[in-house]
Ligand binder design. Structure first.
Ligand SMILES: [Zn+2]
Length: 384
């Protein structure tokens, strides 16, 4: 029986100066502010650094040029990659700035605290901004958990499956739960969330859970997404919102090395940025995590999303694939109606651990906090 080590309560607080993105009042759920970005062929998986940077720059220029006309009249527009640092005059805290966009008359930035992996949105008025090339930022913050995680994902990318984070050191028994919402016509498995909240009740509230969103799922499940947001706003769950691509295309006839985001003609920058913009349009702050559709990628793709400031999240416990969770596992279930066995197995796990949950011997862990812990525990000798 593990000893009941008290665990710091998971509280996601935006630092002073952060905007609480309560934009649902601006956007009726039925309104899709980002009805833009038609398919345009652009592939970004080059191997050599110089070509990679050049192609990234060209692709992004093309991306912004292509989408701008379609954004006419939308409230959220000109969503683009931005690399720089920004300091909040109120707190003196310095953030890595990842994206820039316009919202109404305001210019806003998606930022991340490289020590905590907490992301947020800041208005241009609340940020002393310094545009800096990505490589220089990576050098400046190389010892932070954020850049160590990006670097580790790139260094560890092998084969075509399950890149990035797959397991964490658990301070005590428990797992990190990730829930994928791939495109589906079926409703959200709300029982997963209601049972989670019921199981942890006051023992761990809000319950930390990571939800991987696709753009197509968001388009078709406005009321389910609003329901999830209401749980988050009520403080019942604390969500790390993961980008899971916009279309999540796959072809059952193709081998892994040419499937999902690796399929020829896939517009990776669009898949990344369009999903984030759709999240922001719904009042959701994207995290710095990315889940590859099908968990399929290659080394070039891991580098590409790293250049967008994103950390891949895999899993060592995809329950529907009979992978049993261990302490520290990143559990994967689908709550999009397509994987009832995964949901049943997780709910059964909650029942099995009921006594341990009540005595705080078995916990759910916050993805961001777990990633920080993992990187901080790695020996310094690994650093170049
Ligand atoms: Zn998926």
């Amino acid at each position: 029986m593990p000893s009941p080590v008290p665990r710091e309560k998971v509280q996601i607080r935006l630092a002073p100066g952060f905007i609480d993105l309560n934009w649902n009042a601006c956007y009726p759920e039925s309104r899709e502010p980002l009805d833009w970005l038609k398919d345009h062929p652009m592939k970004l998986r080059p191997r050599r650094p110089f070509l990679r940077l050049l192609r990234t720059a060209l692709a992004l220029a093309a991306f912004v040029t292509t989408i701008s006309p379609h954004l006419h009249g939308a409230l959220l527009r000109e969503y683009r990659l931005f690399t720089g640092t920004g300091t909040s005059p109120q707190t003196g805290r310095t953030y890595v700035v990842l994206r820039q966009f316009r919202f109404g008359a305001a210019t806003r930035y998606l930022v991340v605290n490289p020590e905590t992996l907490q992301s947020g949105v800041l208005d241009a008025r609340d940020l002393q901004l310094s545009p800096v090339p990505w490589e220089a930022i990576a050098k400046q913050f190389e010892k932070t958990p954020y850049f160590k995680a990006i670097r580790d994902a790139e260094a560890g990318a092998r084969g075509y499956e399950n890149a990035g984070l797959t397991h964490f050191p658990a301070p005590q028994s428990g797992v990190t739960l990730t829930v994928d919402l791939c495109p589906s016509k079926k409703p959200l498995d709300r029982i997963l969330f209601t049972d989670l909240i019921r199981a942890f009740d006051k023992d761990e509230s809000p319950v930390p859970v990571a939800v991987a969103l696709t753009g197509v799922w968001m388009e078709k499940h406005g009321s389910d997404l609003a329901w999830l947001r209401s749980l988050e706003k009520s403080g019942l769950i604390s969500v790390t919102w993961i980008n899971h691509s916009y279309h999540h295309d796959w072809n059952k006839k193709l081998p892994l090395k040419a499937n999902f985001l690796l399929e020829k003609g896939t517009d990776v920058p669009s898949e990344i940025l369009r999903t984030e913009a759709a999240m922001l349009g719904k009042g959701i702050v994207p995290s710095v995590f990315f889940r590859f559709p099908g968990l399929v990628s290659d080394a070039g793709l891991v580098t590409t999303i790293g250049n967008f400031g994103l950390i891949p999240v895999g899993s060592d416990a995809w329950l529907a694939k009979n992978q049993l969770p261990k302490d520290g596992s990143i559990v994967l279930v689908h709550a999009n109606g397509n994987e009832p066995i995964g949901i049943r197995r997780f709910l059964s796990l909650l029942k099995t651990e009921r006594e341990n949950i009540v005595h705080k011997h078995w916990l759910l862990y916050d993805l961001r906090e777990s990633a920080v812990l993992l990187e901080k525990r790695k020996p310094a000798s690994r650093e170049p």
